[in-house]
Design a protein around this ligand. Structure first.
Ligand SMILES: Nc1ncnc2c1ncn2[C@@H]1O[C@H](COP(=O)(O)OP(=O)(O)OP(=O)(O)O)[C@@H](O)[C@H]1O
Length: 222
């Protein structure tokens, strides 16, 4: 993914300073910034869910288009909008995602995600029987069930307990080690410290920072 002078916003009005960035395989780019800074707007624009106000973004070398088969095959996102089929169990949700995305060893993938996300005990539960954190874990398991070259997560730490946040950080490190890229918006300094390879501070002066600089900016509330 790359962006040059990318200005994002609504109705032609930018919500933050323009961003320039490059995200390559094996990198984890963490978007940080205060509430309302423009992180989610930037993430959505990079995925092609919103048009840029100005400038350009390229995803897999093309203008992002969430409808394109190539993008859907390569980019898996979880933007925090948990929504589930009310009559499908946790395991059936994951099986359906695998089926839809042509995962060959679906049973193995589902079993290992249920274990990793600590959802074995809820495998046969319907979504309305899950706690809010368990629903968040199901959303994360669903995105991790998909084949992908780029994983996009908007505040994935929300409603997760401490242990699960640590596991999430390990999972993101693993993504990078396996040669995938991760675009992550987060308010969790521990998650950013553990997983990010670079930081994009979003706001009045949007700029790429080292992880150390990004963590300082988070502490200072920039
Ligand atoms: N659909 C929308 N239409 C108009 N303005 C919007 C819309 N969604 C968000 N905004 C505004 O855009 C600005 C940036 O919002 P955005 O959700 O991108 O911030 P954020 O950095 O992700 O915030 P947070 O950390 O609180 O999730 C905010 O001022 C918000 O009010």
């Amino acid at each position: 993914m790359s962006a040059r002078g990318l200005s994002v916003g609504y109705g032609g009005v930018a919500v933050c300073a323009p961003a320039s960035l490059t995200l390559r395989p094996g990198q984890v780019l963490a978007l940080v910034g205060v509430n309302g800074a423009g992180k989610s707007t930037l993430v959505r624009t990079c995925c092609g869910l919103l048009p840029p106000v100005e400038g350009e973004v390229r995803l897999l070398g093309r203008i992002p288009d969430p409808r394109s088969a190539a993008q859907r095959a390569a980019v898996a996102w979880d933007l925090g909008e948990d929504s589930f089929f009310p009559s499908l169990t946790v395991a059936e949700h994951l099986g359906l995602v695998c089926y839809g995305h042509g995962v060959l060893d679906a049973d193995t993938v589902v079993d290992s995600l249920l274990t990793d996300l600590d959802l074995i005990g809820q495998a046969d539960s319907l979504p309305d029987r899950l706690s809010s954190g368990q629903r968040r874990r199901l959303a994360l398991a669903s995105v991790l069930a998909r084949p992908r070259r780029l994983l996009v997560l908007d505040e994935p730490e929300q409603r997760l307990d401490h242990v699960m946040r640590r596991l999430l950080a390990q999972r993101l490190v693993q993504e990078a080690q396996e040669g995938r890229a991760v675009l992550l918006a987060s308010h969790d300094p521990a998650l950013v410290a553990a997983a990010a390879t670079q930081v994009l501070l979003v706001g009045a002066h949007t700029c790429v920072l080292s992880v150390e600089e990004g963590l300082s900016a988070m502490k200072e509330g920039l």
